[in-house]
Design a protein around this ligand. Structure first.
Ligand SMILES: Nc1ncnc2c1ncn2[C@@H]1O[C@H](COP(=O)(O)OP(=O)(O)OP(=O)(O)O)[C@@H](O)[C@H]1O
Length: 726
């Protein structure tokens, strides 16, 4: 087993704690390179898994740590010899220290590695006997599993099987101890009261107190276990669901964000149900049979018959209530999702809503949806309340039956007074479990509907599949498109139809066209964010559908029309998805785009706080941040969707200068309405209703435009659209 020498990791201090940042960094580097999201808490858990048992870091421990973070991933060992680009990133050991191998350079002779401090360097050899680890998403989407959410829930429960077993043991003990009270009552009535045997009374009473203390201890233990189970399941499941939802193909996921959020949040209610006290109390159910057998032993058939008859009646009542709830639970869940969507829209678009004085529209929609949610809620409460009340009435009837039958048995000499008291206590216990069953059935209706929705949501195709493992080591990349068709909604017709299109490496293509002509749609297809319905789209020599996602994200830099920032610091946003860029690298990139002015002017510099939704910066500044991030990414292909719309002249000139400085190994494609960008291009392509209306080298377009202006030739078919700069 290869292990990392403590002294080599943490200088002269070989303490366990010194490994922590190393392990945390190795896991987080891998996650960032694999474009996987890890919460701080999950990262801590992964690190704890690696550190468990003490000792030094090893490959196996790192693998176990990764699997604690992403249980469905495969972690395999590879030989460093013949390490392929498609197997990267991988952990390896170089000079006795673990590093992350990120790329193969110089035609396979060099490896670029990042160490646990985030420093990047090039090494020629990653050792002979070195193992490396490869993580690969396995079942991320192919083929979609229609019951993925149910499976995840079951897996999370079965992972904690030992805990459930402990709950079972605690339940057994609690129930056995509770019998003691009824036996005590029997003894008191039969033996103590007739003779006033006080010493027996006190001995029995101390026994009961002891039993009660034990019962209390077991109940507290069971509750604690349940709380821990809820937390553990929460850690694993919420990360799992977030990951899955993030992996959904953008063009296939539900259109409304608010509804999507509500649907995902429903996993909480499922998890709460699975770990709720009510469900645990179901473990008591088998014990009602035990109580009934004791009643039978004490009082005979006639005493046990009333509760025995009531059990199926109460269960039937629960089932009927469950069936009656189907419609209303569905209505409540669906309408609540619509309401959360509406809330999201109203808050997110508050500025527009206010400026248009459209508050009334949201208020009236809100009132309408809230009414429907409230109506469903009322019906649910009515049905479940009635079921609970009815089950209570039947329980009381059973209790009454036990007492009446008991009296006859006493007269017949088959039962003592104490026996009747014990039977009535036991009947009460046996039947109280039944009201829990009614509750569980009612709650299950809601849970199963939420689970259905989640199953449907997660069965949507995801981005990452096992076939997506192709990477290219070509120094330059272009595009080749054949027979590509794409529609946002196939029923409404095609939004993109490109029979043949080639973009050679090093080209600077300007895409022009009217609003809605398909520029952004083409950009998203080229970025691999939308999936063609038909045809092929190749990046370099690789079909984009087969390209490994993290490779694609690293070689293709995409600037959306309205870039979004996220809550955190400016530094976090600049480093999003990148492996810890150095302060100096960030400064150099910011100087290229002009973001350095903002960094210098702000007292907190790179630690400037960005609030949720990217607020705290102007639109132009947000665009500068996104552009700086692209500069840091160093992509081979730059896809810029109207990059300068919010930039001032100075910033635009700076950006153009930077892009002009990029050598011919970079391919640039930009959607634009601005003349300055057309001048910078080497080729101009015009889109019209999702088709290429014209495509020509920029020089030719410029010559023809000049000739047309001088009245010597007809206007060229490719011109800047109306509204373009002079
Ligand atoms: N998310 C979407 N869902 C459905 N249809 C869409 C979506 N986004 C765009 N479209 C449609 O696709 C077509 C092309 O839109 P696209 O955004 O690509 O145009 P564009 O050329 O970038 O326009 P602009 O210059 O205004 O940015 C339009 O008809 C638009 O209505």
């Amino acid at each position: 087993m290869n292990s990392l020498e403590p002294s080599k990791v943490a200088g002269d201090k070989p303490e366990q704690d010194d490994h922590l940042p190393v392990v945390e960094s190795l896991l987080s580097l891998m996650a960032s390179q694999r474009s996987r999201f890890v919460s701080k808490r999950a990262l801590r858990q992964g690190t704890e898994t690696v550190m468990r048992g003490g000792g030094s870091i090893s490959e196996d421990k790192l693998a176990a740590g990764w699997q604690a973070l992403f249980p469905s991933d495969r972690v395999v060992r590879l030989s460093s010899h013949g390490l392929k680009a498609s197997q990267l990133p991988a952990w390896a050991k170089v000079d006795g220290q673990f590093v992350l191998v990120t790329t193969i350079e110089a035609e396979g002779k060099n490896y670029r590695v990042v160490d646990s401090k985030g420093a990047s360097r090039s090494v020629t050899d990653i050792g002979r006997a070195v193992w490396s680890l490869l993580t690969a998403p396995t079942d991320s989407a192919e083929p979609p599993d229609p019951k993925l959410a149910s499976r995840a829930m079951r897996a999370a429960l079965s992972e904690h099987r030992p805990w459930l077993l402990q709950v079972g043991v605690a339940t057994l003990a609690i129930n056995l101890l509770s019998i003691v009270v009824s036996l005590f009552a029997m003894q008191v009535y039969d033996r103590v009261v007739p003779n006033f045997a006080y010493s027996t009374l006190w001995v029995l009473a101390s026994g009961v107190v002891l039993a009660m203390l034990f019962e209390l201890a077991f109940k507290t233990f069971r509750l604690k276990l349940q709380e821990r189970l809820t937390r553990r399941m929460d850690d694993g499941l919420s990360t799992f669901f977030l990951e899955r939802v993030m992996a959904l193909r953008l063009d296939q996921r539900p259109r409304t964000v608010g509804t999507l959020v509500a649907q995902v949040r429903d996993h909480e209610s499922i998890k709460n149900f699975l770990t709720s006290t009510t469900l645990f109390a179901l473990a008591d159910l088998p014990f009602s049979l035990l109580f009934l057998s004791i009643i039978y032993m004490i009082g005979g058939w006639s005493v046990v018959v009333p509760p025995l008859i009531m059990i199926p009646i109460v269960l039937l009542l629960g089932f009927i209530a469950k069936q009656r709830l189907v419609y209303w639970q569905k209505q409540q869940t669906d309408e609540s999702a619509v309401r959360s969507g509406l809330l999201f829209e109203a808050i997110d678009g508050a500025e527009t809503v206010k400026s248009m004085a459209a508050e009334w529209r949201f208020s009236s929609l809100w009132r309408h949806v809230t009414d429907r949610v409230a109506e469903a809620g009322m019906k649910i409460r009515e049905i479940s309340g009635n079921a609970t009340h009815m089950s209570y009435v039947f329980q009381q009837t059973a209790y009454l039956g036990v007492v009446i039958a008991g009296v006859y048995q006493i007269e017949a000499g088959n039962l003592s007074m104490g026996g009747l008291i014990a039977c009535s206590i036991l009947a009460g216990r046996a039947l109280s479990v039944l009201s829990v069953v009614t509750n569980v059935l009612v709650q299950w209706q809601h849970t199963s509907y939420s689970l259905d929705i989640l199953n449907r949501l997660l069965s949507i195709k995801g981005d990452g599949t096992e076939e997506q493992s192709a990477v290219s080591s070509e120094p330059t990349l272009g595009y080749r498109i054949e027979g590509l068709k794409y529609a946002y909604d196939p029923l409404l017709g095609l939004n993109m139809d490109l029979p043949n299109l080639e973009v050679a490496p090093g080209e600077r293509v300007a895409i022009v066209g009217r609003n809605g002509s398909g520029k952004s749609t083409l950009m998203k297809l080229l970025a691999g964010l939308s999936t063609p319905m038909a045809g092929t789209l190749r990046v370099g020599n690789i079909d984009i559908l087969q390209a490994r996602r993290d490779w694609l994200r690293s070689v293709v830099g995409y600037l959306p029309q309205s870039p979004r920032l996220f809550a955190g610091t400016l530094r976090d946003n600049l480093a999003l998805g990148l492996s810890m860029p150095e302060e100096s690298e960030i400064a150099a990139a910011a100087a290229q785009t002009g973001l350095d002015t903002l960094i210098k002017q702000h007292p907190r510099g790179l630690d400037l706080k960005i609030t949720e939704g990217g607020l705290g910066l102007s639109i132009g500044q947000r665009q500068l941040v996104a552009l700086t991030r692209l500069v840091l990414q160093k992509p081979k292909i730059w896809l810029l969707d109207e990059p300068a719309t919010s930039l001032d002249q100075e910033a635009e000139a700076k950006l153009l200068k930077y892009l002009q400085g990029l050598d011919a190994t970079h391919t640039l494609i930009f959607a634009t309405h601005q003349n300055s960008w057309l001048k910078f291009s080497t080729r101009i392509m015009m889109l019209e209703a999702g088709k290429i209306a014209a495509d020509a080298p920029s020089d030719r377009v410029r010559t023809l435009s000049a000739a047309a202006a001088a009245g010597m030739a007809p206007a060229p078919s490719v011109t800047a659209p109306s509204g373009a700069g002079a």
